[in-house]
Write a protein that binds this ligand. Structure first.
Ligand code: AMP
Length: 459
């Protein structure tokens, strides 16, 4: 998963991009980058592994610009290198091309081989670079048309922010998998994955970039194009469930309202009569647990405390590392839990490692009964469209029955929100969402595994 941000026509563009990326840091902590574009269209990049740092701010202070594009990246395993950090920046005969991508292309492998056959040399293994090459190949003059040419035949999930010369462009794939919001700050136009990044820079929300739309902003104003074949919308429901921040609006709806509605529906589907308290696995399930408490009347408590200062590098991508991660990241409040029958709400169970570790921790703190409630349906399949979900073999719900999962987790009862309840709870639902990782209903033929691993940026 990734976060993208773009601003055009502001003397403080680079600083605004940094602020925007702070608000999108939850969408990716593997690498971060900003490209600054000056009044003459010259572009310079600063990228680094990890999160935004003071060192990066010093570097960025040296390259002021009137437009800027930023990216935070969270890739699938194996491709976490500085070469893959974005925004991509290339120089073509038409000038600089800057590109920031959120999503995952499903035919990047194929497109890349075709370009390599023609002699193209790639500098990264991420799927997004394919689009940069295709822009460079376009014979059109206008930036929006060059991007439209490039996107013909590109399949999969993309929300893009692209800069060419003094034009800033934003585009969303025709199914609209990933969110992208447009805002205004005085005369400047701002684009961001989530509206929380518009709030931090003081921009007002104008609208979502529509599925299949390219918006181009230059000195003359804003134009819009719909050059791609229309498709049924498939917005990622997991953005509402887990990924986006609750203070954001995505796909035109409030993430907080979505999560509370998920929690309320969960309380109706899987009540926990006799429970003394309900608590969340912070922070991603806070709003859902509040919804559960509101609906059920069971008091909301803070029973788990999350440590916000543990860097991702400390967390190893191995099973042993994941077990340790639970203890490093969370601790239980004994005074809240001792002797109580408790409802633990989490937004999702993926491998089950986190839940199992937390249940053991909650019991060790004295909880008498633990009732697990999950504000999404069981995750049974990988995501090919930009969420870092593991392969089917690692997904607990793809391999075990609900009773087996409850036994493995060590809970007294387990309730997942059913798929229909989940889709009916989110703004604009139940239609128009991608729920492939829950239902197996993939909107495209799944790519070959090798494709995903070799070329996917998984963001
Ligand atoms: P697991 O231990 O694999 O079951 O992880 C489940 C936990 O990870 C839940 O608390 C979710 O909030 C969180 N989560 C769900 N999806 C993702 C993801 N794609 N990347 C990172 N964390 C996730």
């Amino acid at each position: 998963m990734c976060g993208i941000f773009g601003v055009r026509g502001h003397p403080d563009a680079v600083h605004l991009a940094q602020l925007g990326l702070y608000s999108l840091q939850h969408r990716g902590q593997e690498s971060v980058g900003v490209v600054s574009i000056d009044a003459g269209g010259a572009a310079r990049a600063v990228r680094t592994m990890g999160t935004l740092s003071d060192a990066m701010s010093h570097e960025l202070a040296k390259i002021p610009g009137v437009s800027a594009v930023g990216h935070t990246r969270y890739s699938t395993a194996g491709s976490s290198t500085i070469e893959n950090a974005q925004p991509a920046l290339a120089r073509s005969k038409g000038g600089y091309i800057t590109l920031a991508h959120n999503g995952n292309l499903i035919n990047a492998g194929e497109l890349r081989l075709a370009l390599e056959d023609e002699g193209a040399i790639f500098s990264s293994t991420n799927d997004s670079e394919v689009i940069v090459h295709r822009i460079a190949h376009s014979r059109a003059d206008a930036p929006a048309e060059r991007l439209a040419d490039a996107l013909q035949g590109v399949e999969g999930a993309y929300s893009l922010i692209v800069a060419m010369g003094d034009t800033l462009l934003a585009a969303r794939d025709p199914r609209g998998w990933r969110p992208l919001t447009m805002g205004r700050l005085g005369d400047a136009v701002v684009f961001a994955s989530e509206s929380c990044a518009l709030d931090i820079v003081g921009a007002t929300i104008e609208r979502e970039v529509e599925p299949g739309e390219i918006v181009a902003v230059n000195a003359e104003g804003t134009t819009t194009l719909h050059p791609l074949p229309k498709r049924d919308e498939h917005k990622c429901v997991f953005e509402y469930v887990y990924f986006a921040r609750p203070d954001s609006r995505v796909y035109g709806g409030s993430v907080d309202r979505a999560r509370r509605a998920l929690g309320r529906r969960l309380a109706r589907e899987w009540p926990a009569p006799g429970a003394d308290l309900v608590f969340s696995v912070p922070d991603s399930s806070n709003s859902a647990a509040l919804g559960f408490a509101e609906e059920s009347g069971v008091p909301y408590e803070l029973a788990l405390i999350r440590n916000h200062y543990v860097g991702r590098t400390f967390i190893q991508p191995t099973q042993a590392g994941r077990d340790a991660k639970v203890k490093v990241k969370y601790n239980a409040v004994r005074e809240v839990l001792a002797g109580k029958s408790v409802v633990m709400v989490d937004d999702s169970i993926v491998r089950g490692t986190t839940t199992r570790g937390l249940v053991a921790m909650v019991r060790a703190a004295g909880a008498r009964e633990v009732h697990m409630r999950v504000s999404s349906a069981p995750v049974t399949g990988p995501c090919y469209y930009g969420i870092d979900t593991p392969s089917r073999e690692e997904l607990i719900a793809a391999n075990y029955t609900q009773a087996e999962i409850a036994a493995h987790l060590g809970v007294d009862s387990l309730g997942y929100l059913p798929l229909d309840g989940m889709l009916e709870s989110v703004p604009g639902g139940p239609k128009g969402f991608c729920h492939a990782c829950f239902s197996g209903d993939y909107p495209t033929p799944p790519p070959a595994d090798a494709d995903k691993l070799r070329f996917g940026c998984g963001c």
